[in-house]
Design a protein around this ligand. Structure first.
Ligand SMILES: [Zn+2]
Length: 316
């Protein structure tokens, strides 16, 4: 282990969570070997030390954040230096997490540098930053840099569902999050509904004309992940449409104001047509998951939707 690390990477990808996990790993009272081939044991996550660290209540693990949301001040660093020279209260290693480390003013950074030059025994410094180059070169050279990158959309989706989002909301928010769980979690659900309506309106509008349909298929299929997200979104809308058509009174699933929007978009399509649309969208989702070609999948789905919608209009 180095005595100082710098976790550098975009916001919302788990730098602080990883720093906390590392603090637990070095202070855990009952380390476990999670993987047989792991070269060092991991934190148990359940002992007194692990739970207190997770709760931010461990006396030997300190999170240094900017005061009044501006900068990490020299007073904060002096306090850190004074405390770092004392023995650990109960843990074996004192851990300092500076987040974001680039918010140290120059005097603070210089004071911190002195501590890094002669680090007290059994101490560990973890600097978090979005911009490694924003740290003083002298600080950079004393830290082991660990690069963090954007998360995959699938990973963000998993995190969001763990935070109680529905699969559809998670898919849409993950697509908008650009690889950051933090940003995806901040996605406005109202905004999400607006996006859903816009997409549904465009797609339902396009199926009534063949040239518009082909154009829409091309746009939808521009990238596979985008099409997957669009399908999730459309499936939610179609479910709403079925609920509206069934005449179920206001439900949390479909409050009154959204019902009117849904009805405006689907026109007078009967329930049978809506269910066929739903089937077409589910088939498309399945095909895409089975590596069907996106453009072909989108066209096929829209043609099926067209059949369902215009067929029912011809009957009436
Ligand atoms: Zn533990």
């Amino acid at each position: 282990m180095a005595q100082a690390y710098c976790f550098a990477g975009p916001p919302g990808v788990g730098k602080r969570a990883t720093a906390v996990a590392l603090a637990q790993a070095v202070n855990c009272l009952a380390p476990v070997r999670a993987l047989a081939d792991a070269d060092s044991p991991d934190a148990c996550g359940a002992c007194r030390a692990c739970t207190r660290i997770a709760a931010g209540q461990h006396p030997d693990v300190s999170l240094i954040v900017p005061e009044e949301k501006t900068v990490i001040s020299i007073e904060q660093i002096r306090d850190l230096t004074a405390r770092a020279s004392l023995r650990a209260y109960e843990g074996s290693v004192k851990v300092w997490i500076l987040d974001p480390a680039h918010e140290m003013q120059e005097p603070a950074a210089n004071a911190f540098l002195k501590t890094l030059e002669e680090p007290p025994a059994a101490s560990l410094f973890i600097l978090l930053t979005t911009t490694f180059s924003a740290l003083l070169p002298t600080i950079r050279s004393r830290c082991q840099e660990v690069r963090f990158t954007a998360l995959s959309e699938e990973h963000v989706r998993t995190i969001l569902t763990r935070h109680g989002r529905t699969p559809e909301e998670a898919a849409a928010a993950a697509a908008l999050g650009g690889g950051s769980a933090e940003r995806a979690l901040a996605v406005d659900v109202g905004e999400f509904h607006a996006t859903r309506l816009r997409l549904a309106e465009e797609v339902w509008g396009a199926v009534r004309s063949l040239p518009a349909l082909l154009d829409r298929a091309e746009r939808l299929a521009k990238d596979k992940a985008g099409l997957e997200t669009a399908l999730e979104t459309l499936l939610v809308f179609t479910r709403d449409a079925a609920v509206a058509r069934l005449g179920v009174p206001d439900t949390p699933l479909l409050p009154g104001e959204r019902r009117a929007e849904v009805e405006r978009i689907i026109g007078n399509a009967p329930l049978a047509a809506i269910l066929r649309v739903y089937a077409a969208q589910r088939t498309a989702r399945h095909a895409l998951a089975s590596h069907a070609q996106p453009r072909f999948t989108a066209e096929r789905m829209l043609l099926k939707m067209r059949e369902a919608v215009t067929g029912s209009e011809a009957e009436t």
